[in-house]
Design a protein around this ligand. Structure first.
Ligand code: C5P
Length: 244
Protein backbone atom coordinates (compact mmCIF):
# COMPACT_ATOMS: atom_id res chain seq x y z
CA UNK A 1 0.00 0.00 0.00
CA UNK A 2 1.41 3.39 -0.93
CA UNK A 3 0.56 6.60 0.88
CA UNK A 4 -1.73 7.72 -1.93
CA UNK A 5 -3.71 4.50 -1.70
CA UNK A 6 -5.34 5.98 1.37
CA UNK A 7 -6.79 8.79 -0.72
CA UNK A 8 -10.39 8.31 -1.76
CA UNK A 9 -10.67 6.33 -5.03
CA UNK A 10 -12.61 9.11 -6.74
CA UNK A 11 -9.83 11.60 -5.99
CA UNK A 12 -7.32 9.39 -7.75
CA UNK A 13 -9.14 9.38 -11.08
CA UNK A 14 -7.95 11.87 -13.69
CA UNK A 15 -10.46 12.13 -16.53
CA UNK A 16 -8.75 12.79 -19.88
CA UNK A 17 -10.69 15.63 -21.50
CA UNK A 18 -9.72 14.60 -25.02
CA UNK A 19 -12.04 17.08 -26.79
CA UNK A 20 -11.32 20.26 -28.71
CA UNK A 21 -14.35 22.54 -28.77
CA UNK A 22 -15.49 24.98 -26.10
CA UNK A 23 -18.92 23.42 -26.32
CA UNK A 24 -17.64 19.92 -25.53
CA UNK A 25 -15.41 21.32 -22.79
CA UNK A 26 -18.39 22.97 -21.08
CA UNK A 27 -20.57 19.89 -21.55
CA UNK A 28 -18.01 17.60 -19.90
CA UNK A 29 -17.10 19.94 -17.06
CA UNK A 30 -20.78 20.41 -16.17
CA UNK A 31 -21.25 16.65 -16.15
CA UNK A 32 -18.08 15.75 -14.25
CA UNK A 33 -17.86 18.62 -11.79
CA UNK A 34 -19.53 16.96 -8.84
CA UNK A 35 -18.04 13.53 -9.55
CA UNK A 36 -14.26 13.96 -9.96
CA UNK A 37 -11.52 16.25 -8.71
CA UNK A 38 -8.90 15.89 -11.45
CA UNK A 39 -9.04 16.37 -15.22
CA UNK A 40 -6.32 16.04 -17.82
CA UNK A 41 -5.83 18.61 -20.54
CA UNK A 42 -3.85 17.16 -23.42
CA UNK A 43 -2.52 18.54 -26.67
CA UNK A 44 -5.85 18.48 -28.50
CA UNK A 45 -7.71 20.69 -26.04
CA UNK A 46 -4.78 22.96 -25.13
CA UNK A 47 -3.83 23.63 -28.75
CA UNK A 48 -7.45 24.25 -29.72
CA UNK A 49 -8.48 26.48 -26.81
CA UNK A 50 -5.20 27.88 -25.47
CA UNK A 51 -4.14 28.64 -21.87
CA UNK A 52 -7.57 30.10 -21.14
CA UNK A 53 -8.85 26.55 -20.81
CA UNK A 54 -6.78 26.23 -17.63
CA UNK A 55 -8.30 29.37 -16.12
CA UNK A 56 -11.77 28.06 -16.94
CA UNK A 57 -11.14 24.64 -15.38
CA UNK A 58 -9.59 26.17 -12.26
CA UNK A 59 -12.62 28.40 -11.81
CA UNK A 60 -14.79 25.30 -12.15
CA UNK A 61 -12.86 23.85 -9.21
CA UNK A 62 -10.79 21.15 -10.95
CA UNK A 63 -7.18 20.15 -10.33
CA UNK A 64 -5.41 19.91 -13.65
CA UNK A 65 -2.88 17.54 -15.15
CA UNK A 66 -1.45 19.40 -18.16
CA UNK A 67 -0.27 16.58 -20.41
CA UNK A 68 1.84 18.23 -23.12
CA UNK A 69 4.77 15.78 -22.91
CA UNK A 70 7.48 18.38 -23.39
CA UNK A 71 10.49 17.15 -25.35
CA UNK A 72 13.09 19.54 -26.81
CA UNK A 73 16.53 20.92 -25.96
CA UNK A 74 16.97 21.67 -22.21
CA UNK A 75 16.79 25.46 -22.56
CA UNK A 76 13.52 25.37 -24.53
CA UNK A 77 11.79 22.86 -22.26
CA UNK A 78 12.92 24.63 -19.10
CA UNK A 79 11.46 27.94 -20.27
CA UNK A 80 8.26 26.44 -21.66
CA UNK A 81 7.67 24.46 -18.47
CA UNK A 82 8.01 27.59 -16.31
CA UNK A 83 5.34 29.27 -18.47
CA UNK A 84 3.04 26.27 -17.97
CA UNK A 85 3.75 26.07 -14.23
CA UNK A 86 2.60 29.68 -13.83
CA UNK A 87 -0.87 28.70 -15.11
CA UNK A 88 -1.59 27.05 -11.77
CA UNK A 89 -1.84 23.39 -12.74
CA UNK A 90 -1.22 20.48 -10.37
CA UNK A 91 0.80 18.20 -12.64
CA UNK A 92 2.86 18.65 -15.81
CA UNK A 93 4.96 16.19 -17.74
CA UNK A 94 8.15 15.89 -19.81
CA UNK A 95 9.46 13.08 -21.99
CA UNK A 96 12.20 11.20 -20.14
CA UNK A 97 13.76 10.59 -23.58
CA UNK A 98 14.65 14.30 -23.54
CA UNK A 99 17.45 13.30 -21.15
CA UNK A 100 18.65 14.02 -17.62
CA UNK A 101 19.91 17.54 -18.26
CA UNK A 102 16.56 18.57 -19.76
CA UNK A 103 14.62 17.13 -16.81
CA UNK A 104 16.99 18.40 -14.08
CA UNK A 105 17.09 21.94 -15.38
CA UNK A 106 13.33 22.02 -15.81
CA UNK A 107 12.55 20.69 -12.32
CA UNK A 108 14.99 23.19 -10.78
CA UNK A 109 13.67 26.14 -12.83
CA UNK A 110 10.08 25.43 -11.77
CA UNK A 111 11.02 25.23 -8.09
CA UNK A 112 12.98 28.46 -8.32
CA UNK A 113 10.15 30.32 -10.08
CA UNK A 114 7.58 29.03 -7.57
CA UNK A 115 9.70 30.13 -4.61
CA UNK A 116 10.35 33.58 -6.09
CA UNK A 117 6.74 34.16 -7.09
CA UNK A 118 5.31 32.44 -4.01
CA UNK A 119 3.03 30.10 -5.91
CA UNK A 120 2.67 26.38 -5.38
CA UNK A 121 4.60 24.51 -8.05
CA UNK A 122 3.05 21.69 -10.08
CA UNK A 123 4.45 18.24 -9.56
CA UNK A 124 6.60 17.33 -12.55
CA UNK A 125 6.50 13.79 -13.93
CA UNK A 126 8.27 12.01 -16.75
CA UNK A 127 6.68 10.07 -19.61
CA UNK A 128 8.42 6.70 -19.93
CA UNK A 129 7.27 4.32 -22.69
CA UNK A 130 3.88 5.22 -24.17
CA UNK A 131 1.17 2.75 -23.23
CA UNK A 132 0.30 2.39 -26.93
CA UNK A 133 3.77 0.97 -27.60
CA UNK A 134 4.04 -2.80 -27.64
CA UNK A 135 7.38 -4.64 -27.28
CA UNK A 136 7.35 -5.09 -31.10
CA UNK A 137 7.12 -1.33 -31.68
CA UNK A 138 9.88 -0.71 -29.14
CA UNK A 139 12.28 -3.27 -30.62
CA UNK A 140 11.47 -3.53 -34.33
CA UNK A 141 10.43 0.06 -35.04
CA UNK A 142 12.28 2.23 -32.49
CA UNK A 143 15.23 -0.21 -32.24
CA UNK A 144 15.40 0.10 -28.44
CA UNK A 145 17.02 -3.19 -27.55
CA UNK A 146 16.18 -3.41 -23.82
CA UNK A 147 13.10 -5.43 -22.90
CA UNK A 148 10.14 -3.08 -22.46
CA UNK A 149 10.03 -3.41 -18.67
CA UNK A 150 13.73 -2.69 -18.32
CA UNK A 151 13.52 0.27 -20.70
CA UNK A 152 10.68 1.73 -18.64
CA UNK A 153 12.54 1.19 -15.36
CA UNK A 154 15.65 2.79 -16.78
CA UNK A 155 13.70 5.86 -17.96
CA UNK A 156 11.93 6.09 -14.59
CA UNK A 157 15.34 5.96 -12.87
CA UNK A 158 16.49 8.87 -15.03
CA UNK A 159 13.39 10.81 -13.92
CA UNK A 160 14.15 10.00 -10.28
CA UNK A 161 17.78 11.09 -10.51
CA UNK A 162 16.66 14.30 -12.23
CA UNK A 163 14.51 15.04 -9.15
CA UNK A 164 11.19 14.69 -10.90
CA UNK A 165 8.24 13.77 -8.67
CA UNK A 166 7.30 10.62 -10.53
CA UNK A 167 6.40 9.14 -13.89
CA UNK A 168 3.59 8.33 -16.26
CA UNK A 169 3.73 4.58 -16.82
CA UNK A 170 1.60 1.62 -17.83
CA UNK A 171 -0.16 -0.36 -15.08
CA UNK A 172 2.21 -3.22 -15.89
CA UNK A 173 5.22 -1.33 -14.55
CA UNK A 174 3.83 0.34 -11.42
CA UNK A 175 4.79 -2.34 -8.94
CA UNK A 176 8.39 -2.54 -10.10
CA UNK A 177 8.76 1.27 -10.22
CA UNK A 178 7.49 1.61 -6.65
CA UNK A 179 9.84 -1.16 -5.54
CA UNK A 180 12.88 0.48 -7.16
CA UNK A 181 12.21 4.16 -6.57
CA UNK A 182 10.07 4.27 -3.43
CA UNK A 183 6.41 4.58 -2.46
CA UNK A 184 6.56 8.38 -2.66
CA UNK A 185 7.66 8.37 -6.30
CA UNK A 186 4.35 9.12 -8.04
CA UNK A 187 2.90 6.78 -10.65
CA UNK A 188 0.30 8.31 -12.95
CA UNK A 189 -1.20 5.53 -14.97
CA UNK A 190 -3.07 5.57 -18.30
CA UNK A 191 -3.91 2.36 -20.14
CA UNK A 192 -6.85 1.66 -17.84
CA UNK A 193 -9.64 -0.48 -19.25
CA UNK A 194 -12.54 -1.73 -17.13
CA UNK A 195 -13.59 -5.24 -18.17
CA UNK A 196 -16.56 -3.78 -20.11
CA UNK A 197 -14.53 -1.26 -22.19
CA UNK A 198 -12.80 -1.61 -25.59
CA UNK A 199 -8.97 -1.44 -25.51
CA UNK A 200 -8.79 0.95 -28.52
CA UNK A 201 -5.11 1.72 -29.24
CA UNK A 202 -3.89 0.88 -25.71
CA UNK A 203 -1.59 -2.14 -25.91
CA UNK A 204 -0.59 -2.49 -22.24
CA UNK A 205 -3.69 -2.01 -20.15
CA UNK A 206 -5.18 -3.32 -16.91
CA UNK A 207 -8.48 -2.87 -15.11
CA UNK A 208 -8.89 -0.07 -12.51
CA UNK A 209 -8.93 -2.65 -9.71
CA UNK A 210 -5.71 -4.26 -10.92
CA UNK A 211 -3.95 -0.89 -11.31
CA UNK A 212 -4.86 0.12 -7.76
CA UNK A 213 -3.71 -3.24 -6.42
CA UNK A 214 -0.34 -2.70 -8.14
CA UNK A 215 0.02 0.62 -6.25
CA UNK A 216 -0.93 3.23 -8.89
CA UNK A 217 -1.39 6.70 -7.36
CA UNK A 218 -3.51 8.25 -10.14
CA UNK A 219 -5.46 6.56 -12.94
CA UNK A 220 -5.83 8.50 -16.21
CA UNK A 221 -9.03 7.44 -17.93
CA UNK A 222 -10.49 8.81 -21.16
CA UNK A 223 -12.57 6.80 -23.61
CA UNK A 224 -14.03 4.31 -21.11
CA UNK A 225 -15.79 7.35 -19.56
CA UNK A 226 -16.19 9.75 -22.50
CA UNK A 227 -17.45 7.09 -24.93
CA UNK A 228 -19.77 5.38 -22.43
CA UNK A 229 -23.53 5.60 -23.03
CA UNK A 230 -23.86 6.84 -19.43
CA UNK A 231 -20.51 8.47 -18.45
CA UNK A 232 -21.43 9.07 -14.79
CA UNK A 233 -22.51 5.45 -14.40
CA UNK A 234 -19.24 4.37 -16.04
CA UNK A 235 -17.28 6.57 -13.62
CA UNK A 236 -19.16 5.20 -10.64
CA UNK A 237 -18.56 1.64 -11.70
CA UNK A 238 -14.82 2.39 -12.08
CA UNK A 239 -14.77 3.86 -8.54
CA UNK A 240 -16.55 0.74 -7.31
CA UNK A 241 -13.97 -1.49 -9.03
CA UNK A 242 -11.15 0.47 -7.42
CA UNK A 243 -12.63 -0.10 -3.97
CA UNK A 244 -13.40 -3.82 -4.36
O1 C5P B 1 -8.93 7.10 -23.79
P1 C5P B 1 -7.82 6.58 -22.91
O2 C5P B 1 -8.29 6.09 -21.57
O3 C5P B 1 -6.91 5.59 -23.63
O4 C5P B 1 -6.94 7.89 -22.60
C1 C5P B 1 -5.68 7.84 -22.01
C2 C5P B 1 -5.13 9.21 -21.99
O5 C5P B 1 -3.84 9.15 -21.41
C3 C5P B 1 -4.96 9.87 -23.37
O6 C5P B 1 -5.26 11.24 -23.22
C4 C5P B 1 -3.49 9.68 -23.69
O7 C5P B 1 -2.96 10.76 -24.45
C5 C5P B 1 -2.87 9.68 -22.30
N1 C5P B 1 -1.59 8.98 -22.17
C6 C5P B 1 -1.39 7.66 -22.54
N2 C5P B 1 -0.16 7.08 -22.39
C7 C5P B 1 0.85 7.79 -21.89
C8 C5P B 1 0.65 9.12 -21.49
C9 C5P B 1 -0.61 9.69 -21.64
O8 C5P B 1 -2.32 6.99 -22.96
N3 C5P B 1 2.02 7.21 -21.71
Amino acid sequence: MTKANHIDARERIIVALDVSTRRDLEKWTALLKSHVKWVKVGMELFYAQGPEVITFLREEGFNIFLDLKLHDIPNTVQKAAVVLARLGVGLINLHTLGGVEMMKRTAAAIKKMAATERISPPRVIGVTVLTSHSPEVLHDELRISLPLEEATLHLAGMAKSSELDGVVCSPWEVEQIKKCYGADFLTVVPGIRPSWAAPGDQARYKTPGQAVAEGADFLVIGRPILDAPDPVAALNSIVQEMQD
